[in-house]
Design a protein around this ligand. Structure first.
Ligand SMILES: Nc1ncnc2c1ncn2[C@@H]1O[C@H](COP(=O)(O)OP(=O)(O)O)[C@@H](O)[C@H]1O
Ligand SMILES: [Mg+2]
Length: 872
């Protein structure tokens, strides 16, 4: 099916618009600005026909076509390997991507790359399609994906691949059945009563079948008729067709030699029956609906028997392990499953086809007694990594532990035992079991050390460094990272050396060696970029951002987060990306962009980011809500605290401890500020987390403690602690941190200055804080300060902020607060607060009045032709 060939076929009905879209995309692609065309619709609606027609008509367009097939676990990069049979070593997404790009650029003319039945493809293929989808815009490439949307459920990997396919270069062609008019015309041409075709929904496949043999008029009846036609054929032909029905796509003609008697004659008869089509030495049912109908009609025992015969034939021709595994499973041949699964699993793992790897390992490990110990351990290891990549962390940790247990029982001196321990240790960190992680890394060191320097041993030292860092033992972490680095350099392992640099940088940051930490991290990032190692690169840029954020260097941190986000999004490193989203939200909180932070954090609460990351979004969102006086804030912070403690990580415990300290201050509980604050300070100091240290120290001061500023304390906190509120506020203004600035201004005895602080708090929507500060001012006799009012950052003609304007617009459209909250990813409470502010700003008593004002305004804006900024 490669090459556009001479498939011309009959004219298609009612597909002019779709063909025009495809032609237009081709025209742009000729200029080097390619595109993506997604063709969707039910089976038989005409997706494949549309693609064929398009390819036949497209002049000067080169094409490569791949078909995905319905196997128990899809072939790794199946459609792409089919498109590029000439490219060897097409075993992982990077190689496939390079092959497509090279072919697209080779010219002459643009390249049409078609994946038919794409919903059946493997995860590695989706990975490639995702990258291609983004790059098509700048290549002479038309990427065409035909698939059945009903097969693409919420957790289907294609969802994620297609989710990123947005933009003007992406076109969706939703195919529907033919119109009543077209159906009537068809019926008339064949002298048929159009009413006979009414129950077919205009589906061209069923229409074609009924027109050819007009004795049935419903899809089920058409399928029965197909099966009936097979039954009417001589036994050898029927036998052959039934076998073909169990081969998910097509078979080469030679497959049946030895499987059936008189193959040539049987094939000929089958072809003449019109049920199958023979092209280029391969035979297939005319349509998959017919194949499935026949398959479904076979008794289970017959299917098992036929799968056994097919398996034998495919084994003789050394077919792809995924194909062998498919027939082995459906033949219920456990021995054969055990024989083929390891190879299929390796291929899936090598290609990053995670979903398939998980399926295959699961199938094979149902009968561990048929596998060697080494195979069992290997499959558990593959499953662990694939589950991890799929974000199923607890399952991943369990699988990794099983691999460890198998080696332990069998041969604890095997370096593979060491490797299994390291894999498992990584998973243990992710599920927040730092103690077992540490124990496993130490055990790995014992196992690996006797054999001397090796990449695995260097990796073990690197991981030890990581664990020591997160536990706050930066001194030891530095030693381990240096050992790892030196060994890696000796071995010429540049990647491990660069990763060790990252851990060295983190350790240096933990020791308070700022300049050296930054230069080491930078060196790590640069080397990882050169080595084209996206995963550790995203990690290292993320580490840089996190380090800077905990020092309060927010603007720089945001720049590094952009890099993390770009690479993690492009490569689908979801956990890294979402961790970045959480850190970014925290940075935005420091900058006073609370709505943005809240909108980013809310969806994170719906995902399992792993026990090691989960506490962050809870705590970050909890803090915003606490300040806003939203009762949910308490719940979130209380939820975050034990989770943070369980991680054993300084960079998890310290932030939540600091938030708890702040809450105690908001609640006017100086005793709690003191006890919580001292602990928080300890943890923050352990990791030299200066911003947090300063923040907590400042609250201790507010609680009346006589505290001393530590070296490197952010200037805003230091000045505040010294009692120089003006200098402190100026420092915070300079740093772009309105919340801390407001708190310091509010300490002033000058009512005008204190009032400015209160106004800032109102503008941030920090109701709880503002209430507390107003009370303090009253008690101190400073006043008058502004009464609570609508925010001063009005920018729209109605005197509303863009956010308020947006929310009022939704109210006007009849949405309730919970609906608006859902739609904007805000809490209900926040929405209610916004609505209250809107009423105050408009000076009206009710939502209805606000909506009336809004409508009046819209009306006059329309007549004046003025545009209104409606969103942030
Ligand atoms: N627009 C059309 N007009 C007439 N016949 C069509 C049309 N689209 C498809 N067909 C016929 O319907 C059958 C099924 O179409 P196909 O492209 O294989 O569907 P799909 O790929 O969506 O399952 C084909 O035999 C084809 O000849
Ligand atoms: Mg099709």
């Amino acid at each position: 099916m490669t090459g556009s060939g001479a498939v011309t076929g009959p004219q298609l009905l009612e597909r002019e618009r779709e063909l025009a879209v495809l032609a237009a995309v081709v025209d742009r692609a000729r200029q080097g600005e390619g595109g993506v065309v997604l063709i969707t619709g039910e089976a038989g609606v005409g997706k494949t026909s549309l693609v064929r027609r398009f390819l036949a008509d497209a002049d000067g367009v080169r094409s490569r076509v791949g078909l995905a097939e319905d196997l128990v676990a899809a072939r790794t990069l199946g459609p792409l390997r089919e498109m590029f049979p000439d490219v060897r070593d097409l075993h992982e997404p990077g190689a496939a991507l390079a092959a497509v790009e090279a072919e697209a650029r080779a010219g002459p003319g643009p390249l049409a790359l078609v994946v038919d039945d794409a919903h059946l493809a493997d995860a590695a293929t989706f990975e490639v399609l995702r990258s291609l989808g983004r790059r098509a815009e700048t290549l002479p490439l038309v990427l065409v994906l035909a698939y059945r949307p009903d097969e693409v459920g919420a957790d289907h990997p294609m969802r994620r691949a297609l989710g990123v396919l947005v933009g003007a270069h992406v076109h969706r062609l939703e195919l529907h059945g033919l119109s009543e008019g077209a159906v009537a015309a068809l019926a008339e041409r064949s002298g048929l009563d159009p009413a006979r075709l009414a129950g077919l929904g205009g589906n061209p496949f069923y229409l074609t079948e009924v027109l050819a043999a007009p004795d049935s008029d419903l899809p089920g009846a058409v399928r029965d008729a197909i099966v009936g036609r097979v039954h009417g054929l001589p036994a050898p032909t029927r036998d052959l067709l039934e076998m073909l029905a169990l081969v998910p796509r097509d078979a080469d003609l030679g497959l049946f030699d030895g499987l059936a008697a008189d193959v040539t004659a049987s094939l000929e008869r089958a072809e003449r029956s019109g049920l199958v089509r023979v092209t280029e030495g391969r035979v297939a049912f005319r349509h998959d609906i017919a194949r499935r109908a026949l398959e479904a009609s076979l008794p289970q025992s017959r299917r098992v028997h036929l799968h056994r015969r097919i398996l034998g034939a495919f084994e003789d021709r050394r077919a792809d392990p995924a194909v062998l595994l498919h027939h082995a499973v459906l033949a219920s041949e456990d021995d054969a499953v055990a024989r083929h699964a390891p190879e299929a699993a390796r291929s899936a793992a090598h290609g990053d086809a995670h979903r398939e790897a998980v399926t295959i390992c699961g199938l094979a490990l149902r009968r561990p007694d048929l596998l060697t110990h080494a195979e069992q351990a290997e499959l558990h290891g593959i499953a662990a990594r694939a589950l991890y990549a799929a974000g199923r962390l607890p399952d991943a940790a369990r699988s990794a532990n099983r691999a460890v247990a198998i080696w332990e029982r069998r041969d604890p001196s095997d370096p593979q035992y060491g490797a299994a321990l390291l894999t498992s240790a990584r998973m243990q960190t992710m599920v927040a079991r730092p103690d077992s992680s540490l124990a496993q890394v130490r055990r790995a060191l014992e196992v690996l050390e006797p054999a001397g320097a090796s990449p695995l041993l260097a990796t073990a030292h690197e991981m030890l460094a990581n664990l020591q860092s997160i536990a706050g033992d930066s001194e030891s972490a530095m030693g381990s990272a240096e050992r790892a680095r030196a060994m890696a350099v000796d071995l010429g392992e540049r990647l491990i050396a660069a990763r060790s640099d990252m851990h060295l940088g983190i350790a240096l940051a933990g020791l308070g060696e700022d300049a050296e930490a930054l230069s080491t991290l930078r060196r790590s990032v640069e080397t990882l970029a050169l080595l084209d190692a996206p995963e550790p690169y995203a990690r290292a840029t993320g580490a840089m951002a996190v380090t800077l954020v905990w020092w309060g260097r927010v603007a720089e941190a945001l720049e590094w987060l952009d890099l993390t986000d770009r690479v993690a999004s492009e490569h689908g490193f979801d956990l890294l990306r979402l961790h970045g989203v959480a850190i970014r939200a925290h940075a935005h909180t420091l900058q006073g962009r609370w709505d943005a932070a809240e909108a980013a954090l809310r969806p994170l609460l719906q995902v399992d980011l792993g026990a090691a990351i989960n506490p962050l979004p809870l705590a970050f969102l909890g803090r915003i809500l606490l300040r806003r006086g939203d009762a949910d804030g308490d719940r979130l912070v209380d939820e975050a605290w034990p989770l943070a403690l369980a991680t054993g990580q300084v960079r998890r415990i310290a932030p939540v401890a600091a938030i708890r300290t702040e809450r105690a201050w908001l609640r006017r509980d100086p005793g709690a500020v003191r006890s919580l604050g001292e602990h928080a300070l300890d943890v923050a100091a352990q990791g030299h987390l200066r911003y947090l240290g300063g923040e907590v120290l400042r609250y201790l001061r507010r609680a009346g403690d006589d505290v001393e500023v530590f070296p490197g304390c952010p200037e805003g906190f230091a000045a505040g602690i010294r009692g120089d509120h003006a200098a402190s506020a100026a420092a915070w203004e300079e740093a772009g941190n309105p919340y801390e600035c407001a708190l310091e201004l509010a300490e002033s005895d000058d009512p005008a200055i204190a009032g400015r602080g209160v106004t800032i708090l109102d503008r941030l929507g920090a109701r709880a804080t503002a209430d507390r500060v107003r009370q303090d001012l009253r008690v101190r006799g400073v006043g008058p300060v502004p009464r609570r009012s609508a925010p001063a950052r009005a920018t729209t003609a109605l005197g509303l902020t863009p956010r308020q304007h947006e929310i009022l617009g939704l109210v006007a459209r009849g949405l309730t607060s919970p609906e608006i909250a859902d739609c904007l990813y805000l809490s209900r409470r926040t929405v209610d607060n916004h609505v209250a502010d809107v009423l105050a700003a408009l000076g009206v008593p009710s939502r209805r009045d606000a909506v009336a004002t809004f409508r009046r305004h819209e009306q006059s804006a329309r007549t004046l032709g003025s545009a209104e900024p409606g969103s942030e």
